[in-house]
Design a protein around this ligand. Structure first.
Ligand code: C2E
Ligand code: MG
Ligand code: MG
Ligand code: MG
Length: 283
């Protein structure tokens, strides 16, 4: 087993890295032991983060982001478990659990005659080669009687490195079913501009990395050139552009100036529990 060979290598000069790896494996094994029970015990909860129209600053939608609330009150953030769940396959169950929570939330609001906004959910790349994904998702949507235009599917850039033909087929099926699509984390990694021509994308979510360097009262001419041209590309392709991770007024002003339509970030609101989001909507 991997763990044994790592233990046996403690005397080698790379022991530091081995210790780290060992620690990581122990941590992952512990999480794997917990995850099924955590799902059954409803420890995974949905937070919503508002998306705003940059011109009016009105809430035009929200993104569903999972949180893992341990019985001891400790909150675990997605980056600490999503990569592992993608490796061991558990993400398939977890994502569908989140979709069901979101559909149930919308159904309840609509039944009560309360206001709703479209909600986006994250779609792990793991689903794309799963033939059951499209039928399962559309069945769930029908079960809750949610209009598909209320649901935006966020596909992260890294799923676009697989077989393009399969991907195009899957996305077109979902598109025909009426879902809205966005490319998440656009510009952070593998995105090929060419894909924008072939995939039925409605919204580009610009990764917050565009702002990391520009964190910011001064945006350099290079940063300005890159950002403003990506925004223009989106416009020319008839794709809405949303900037993620907007934290300062300067960033928002800059984005407005360059015609970015939508934004999401701590400047406007952090991800929050459903009840809090409802209060915000009703204000
Ligand atoms: P993402 O889909 O790109 O989500 C945006 C992340 O940026 C969220 O982190 C959000 O809390 C954070 N964020 C929002 N505004 C700001 C800001 O102004 N500044 C900074 N620094 N960060 C901001 P979070 O919630 O920790 O989620 C991390 C990633 O985990 C997500 O990135 C997404 O890829 C993944 N994820 C979250 N929930 C789910 C889920 O239900 N299913 C799947 N498959 N992945 C999920
Ligand atoms: Mg996302
Ligand atoms: Mg993102
Ligand atoms: Mg991200």
């Amino acid at each position: 087993m991997a763990r044994k060979s790592i233990k046996g290598s403690h005397n080698r000069p790379y022991a530091f890295y081995d210790d780290k790896l060992h620690e990581q494996i122990i941590k992952e094994e512990r999480i794997e032991l917990l995850m099924e029970d955590a799902l059954a015990n409803q420890e995974f909860i949905v937070y919503l983060q508002p998306k705003v129209n940059l011109m009016t600053e009105q809430i035009i939608g929200a993104e569903a982001l999972v949180r893992w609330q341990r019985p001891n009150g400790k909150m675990i953030t997605p980056n600490d478990f999503i990569p592992l769940f993608e490796k061991n396959g558990f993400i398939k169950q977890l994502d569908f659990y989140i979709y069901e929570q979101v559909f149930g939330y919308l159904r309840k609001r609509m039944d009560e005659g309360k206001s709703v906004v479209p909600i986006s959910v994250n779609v792990s790349g793991v689903h794309i080669n799963d033939e059951q994904f499209v039928p399962n998702l559309t069945d769930l949507l029908n079960q809750y009687q949610i209009p598909p235009r209320m649901i935006e599917l966020e596909l992260t850039e890294s799923i676009f490195i697989g077989a393009l033909d399969e991907l195009i087929k899957t996305l077109n099926k979902l598109k025909d079913a009426g879902f809205i699509f966005s490319i998440d984390d656009f510009g952070s990694g593998y995105s090929s501009l060419n894909l924008l021509r072939h995939l039925p994308i409605d919204i580009m979510k610009l990764d917050k990395c565009f702002f990391d360097a520009a964190n910011i009262t001064k945006i350099t001419p290079k940063e300005k050139a890159v950002l403003s041209n990506i925004i223009r590309l989106g416009k020319d392709l008839d794709i809405l552009v949303l900037s993620e991770g907007v934290e300062t007024k300067e960033q928002a002003d800059f984005l407005r100036e360059f015609g970015c339509d939508l934004a999401q970030g701590y400047l406007f609101a952090r991800p929050m529990p459903l009840a809090e989001f409802n209060l915000l909507l009703e204000k």
